[in-house]
Design a protein around this ligand. Structure first.
Ligand SMILES: Nc1ncnc2c1ncn2[C@@H]1O[C@H](COP(=O)(O)OP(=O)(O)OP(=O)(O)O)[C@@H](O)[C@H]1O
Ligand SMILES: [Mg+2]
Length: 332
């Protein structure tokens, strides 16, 4: 067996760099292929692209893949990393013709920085204000033609002037069980580990339809199988490993269960506001919104109403709590 490399190295190694290895998201892929081909044919940089969808579905991977396929250099930054207008100005002036600038978490860009981005995206110009007050002057710098690929988990938090400056916007969706299985097969091969098909099916089932989670669990199951077996990932070992990790049969972890239990037990099933929920579960609001909620909403365990979050009948059933008792307590 080969010497195990560090997980971080494998995270990069698992990242698909060819269309064929980027499983699923078929419609997004078809659209992007056309976008790239057409831009190449015109010898122009591709249009600005906005990618959105829950964490771990492959936005960063896709941005890198687009860069590779369009033969462009990619520069990577993120909304919170660009604190000042000057930070963005120096990034933009450092770009070369045809470069791609990837801005992750674009919903966290500050407003002043965002405003510099508008003319840069529209006309490849950078407006620099020199001086202050009435004597301030604007000078305009011509930038090379470039492409922005932005990613966000919160499309609703992006201002409409920014959103409208992207030529193409794509939503990444949760993956099917079969797609995750394919991703796991490929990852297992890259990790140089043998796995029973049923073991990968089991991991797929608890992956919350998310490639990043699937790969993460696969690595932990591999560790477990190496220590407690011969190294081959069997269904039995996978099951034991999942129990040890406290991941239940549909992929919920302790924190997800606690969140649901809190809504049900402390707030009679809701509605309860995000702030209150964060305070009662000792979780960050952001963690609840980005990590726990998307999947709970997707599987219909949570509902979001203007008054707050509500646990659904399905959630009660999964936790083995009687739903009709809830109706009685709320009515009385
Ligand atoms: N379509 C796919 N096919 C195969 N593997 C994928 C696919 N999408 C994602 N992955 C795997 O999942 C991991 C997570 O993907 P990535 O980092 O691109 O997610 P992300 O959407 O950028 O998440 P975040 O919003 O948290 O930044 C990657 O390292 C890659 O190995
Ligand atoms: Mg990412």
């Amino acid at each position: 067996m080969s010497i195990p490399k560090k997980d971080a190295v494998f995270d990069l190694a698992l990242r698909p760099t060819e269309w064929a290895d980027y499983i699923g998201q078929e419609s997004v892929k078809s659209n992007l292929k056309i976008l790239i081909e057409a831009a190449k044919g015109r010898n122009e940089p591709i249009d600005h692209i906005l990618l959105y969808g829950p964490a771990g579905l492959g936005k960063t991977t896709l941005a890198n893949l687009i860069a590779k396929k369009s033969g462009s250099q990619i520069r990577i930054t993120s909304g919170p990393a660009i604190e000042k207008v000057g930070d963005l100005a120096s990034i933009l002036t450092g770009l070369a013709e045809g470069d791609i600038l990837f801005i992750d978490e674009v919903h966290r860009l500050n407003k002043l920085v965002e405003e510099i981005l508008y003319p840069a995206m529209e006309n490849s110009v950078l407006d620099i204000i020199i001086g202050k007050g009435p004597s301030a002057k604007t000078i305009q710098l011509q930038l090379p033609r470039f492409t922005i690929i932005a990613a966000t988990t919160k499309i609703g938090s992006i201002s409409s002037p920014l959103r409208s400056r992207f030529g193409a916007t794509y939503r990444l969706d949760f993956y099917t069980k079969e797609e995750i299985e394919k991703i796991l097969e490929r990852s297992a091969a890259l990790l140089d580990v043998l796995a029973e098909k049923e073991a990968l099916e089991l991991i797929s089932k608890v992956s919350r339809s998310t490639p990043r989670i699937a790969n993460r669990i696969l690595k932990r199951v591999r560790d477990y199988s190496q220590v407690n077996g011969s190294g081959m990932i069997t269904k039995k070992l996978a099951k034991e490993a999942l129990e040890l990790m406290e991941i239940d049969e549909i992929g919920l972890e302790r924190a997800d269960i606690k969140l649901l239990e809190t809504i049900i037990e402390k707030y009679s099933g809701g509605p309860v506001g995000l702030k209150t929920l964060a305070a009662s579960t000792f979780e960050e609001e952001e963690t609840i919104e980005d990590v726990h909620e998307p999947y709970l909403l997707q599987i219909g365990f949570l509902a979001r109403t203007p008054q707050g979050r509500t646990a659904t009948k399905k959630a009660y059933e999964h936790l083995g709590i009687n739903f009709s008792e809830k109706t009685l307590t709320t009515k009385s």
